[in-house]
Design a protein around this ligand. Structure first.
Ligand code: PRP
Ligand code: MN
Ligand code: MG
Length: 180
């Protein structure tokens, strides 16, 4: 698996340090808000788990499963809701946790959905942000790292469902996908 990685962009240590900083900001901002933290399956699971244990706040956690890449290299632009939340977000502060915001289609879909359901506030914390990939006008409020336009895997990010369990974020070697 490690042989398929061209270069490590963010090591486990770098991710941990940045999460400490993000958690400080979130703890401050959400101290008295009792938010629902919404983790976007599957990519955001590792980030969510490592973040919530760093947050010194009262918060509920819920999960929503949406997909638009279906394991492939590019966004289909169509976001499919695969599994919905358990919680009613009406009049609640919600914090969306994402692994990456690229075209923005996924985030736009989620923000519209939560706004429709009457959330009191909607903010987004994304480990990675790829502004050069943007096709719709959305932006995360809290960002771990701004990333270049490369195909990244690891720490939740997948290619065909694989590589999510790498402890770091790296660039996938083009030879892995060029014949697909
Ligand atoms: C990926 C990633 C984000 C989204 C970002 O999810 O985890 O949720 O795409 O891309 P966008 O800004 O272009 O919409 P994916 O659809 O691959 O599902 P997954 O999380 O299950 O891998
Ligand atoms: Mn995702
Ligand atoms: Mg994916």
């Amino acid at each position: 698996m490690n042989n398929d990685i061209e270069r490590v962009l963010y090591s486990e240590e770098m991710l941990g340090k940045r999460m400490d900083e993000l958690a400080k900001d979130l703890t401050e901002d959400y101290k008295d808000k009792r938010p629902i933290i919404i983790s976007v399956l599957s990519g955001a699971v590792l980030f969510t788990v490592d973040m919530i244990e760093r947050l010194d706040i009262m918060a509920q956690i819920d999960f929503i499963d949406v997909s638009s890449y279906f394991g492939g290299l590019g966004s289909t632009g169509k976001v499919k809701l695969i599994h919905d939340l358990k919680t009613d977000v009406k009049d609640r502060h919600v914090l969306i946790m994402e692994d990456i915001v690229d075209t923005g289609h996924t985030l736009k879909y989620l923000m519209d959905l939560l706004a429709d359901r009457g959330a009191k506030s909607i903010k987004v914390c994304s480990l990675l942000n790829k502004p050069e990939g943007r096709e719709v006008d959305v932006d995360p409020d809290y960002v771990g790292f701004t990333v270049p336009k490369e195909f990244l895997v690891g720490y939740g990010l997948d290619y065909k469902g694989f590589y999510r369990n790498l402890p770091y974020v790296g660039i996938l070697k083009p030879s892995v996908y060029q014949n697909d």
